[in-house]
Design a protein. Structure first.
Length: 299
């Protein structure tokens, strides 16, 4: 059964509730925290990007430093992100990207651009990395998102091996790429495997390419050096420490506002010092421009 994970209070009144599941694994692999239906499969959405980046790397894509971080990230569409994605394409036309055109998520950048574009879509780093992998492995580029493509076979094997379980279902993500359903336990286990790879190293060193200006994943990684943080659509989040603690969160209503607070609380419950990121352990609720309540973790 899903568990009550967080509640929203306004002026002392409980206004909304967030149910879902959360699991935290200790470096030994033992369960340190568990609430809700952690064995039920979920679609990790963009939490899958680090695993997809690892598959691209193993296929021979020339990914390192910021390029590897943006391949694993959901960038905010700033100019620095666009410039890096174009470099990662290595001369391939931007039109080969099969992610849909999008406005940048960064508000200041959005005010300056005149139209949505594929390269500003938050998944364009992942798509550019997939194309780079296809070029390196001499695989077709036009069909790189097809489930039968060699790259997608490699991605699915990588995800299943890291998770230590079979993929429960394959769906189409918002960007058009295949996304593989795992149990929440399997997702946390996959993150434990990821922290020992170059992908996690790049994410920790260059968090501004995993998210961007004002992005909570970027903020958490800067406040907690050594921690990898990656959110996904529909209320999914993964966190992992360099020591091997791993957390996976799924909020059933799909609202992400409580996921970071839930994930950090789970890390704290396993003995990880998250005090430098204390500001993210709850979310303020405003009324008339003033704080009148909070989104608080209750599991």
């Amino acid at each position: 059964m899903p568990a009550l994970l967080a509640e929203v209070t306004r002026s002392g009144f409980v206004e909304s509730l967030h149910h879902g599941s959360v699991i935290g694994l200790l470096p030994t692999g033992a369960v340190g925290v568990s609430a809700g239906a952690v064995e039920d499969p979920v679609l990790p959405r963009s939490c899958t990007k680090p695993f997809q980046a690892l598959a691209c790397l193993s296929a021979g894509a020339p990914l390192a430093g910021p390029a590897l971080a943006i391949a694993a990230g959901s960038h905010t569409g700033e100019n620095r992100h666009v410039e890096l994605v174009v470099r990662l394409l290595g001369g391939l036309p931007v039109g080969l990207l099969r992610c849909p055109p999008s406005w940048p998520e960064d508000e200041e950048t959005r005010r300056r651009v005149s139209e949505p574009s594929r390269v500003r879509m938050n998944c364009s780093g992942k798509h550019a990395a997939m194309l780079a992998a296809c070029v390196a492995a001499w695989w077709p580029t036009q069909s790189y998102l097809e489930p039968t493509h060699p790259l997608q076979h490699l991605v699915s094997r990588t995800v299943a091996e890291l998770a230590g379980e079979d993929i429960a279902h394959t769906a189409v993500d918002g960007c058009g790429a295949p996304v593989h359903a795992l149990s929440l336990r399997g997702l946390a286990r996959a993150m434990q495997g990821l922290v020992r790879t170059p992908v996690a190293d790049a994410m920790r060193r260059f968090p501004e390419y995993v998210g961007g200006t004002g992005h909570v994943n970027t903020a958490v990684m800067r406040l907690l050096p050594g921690v990898v943080a990656k959110g996904g659509a529909e209320g999914v989040l993964v966190l992992a420490t360099a020591a091997g603690h791993a957390v996976a969160v799924k909020v059933l209503d799909g609202n992400p506002r409580a996921t970071t607070a839930i994930g950090l609380t789970a890390l704290a419950a396993m003995g990880v010092d998250v005090s430098p990121a204390e500001e993210h352990l709850s979310v303020p609720v405003l009324g008339g421009g003033e704080v009148v309540g909070e989104v608080r973790v209750v599991f």
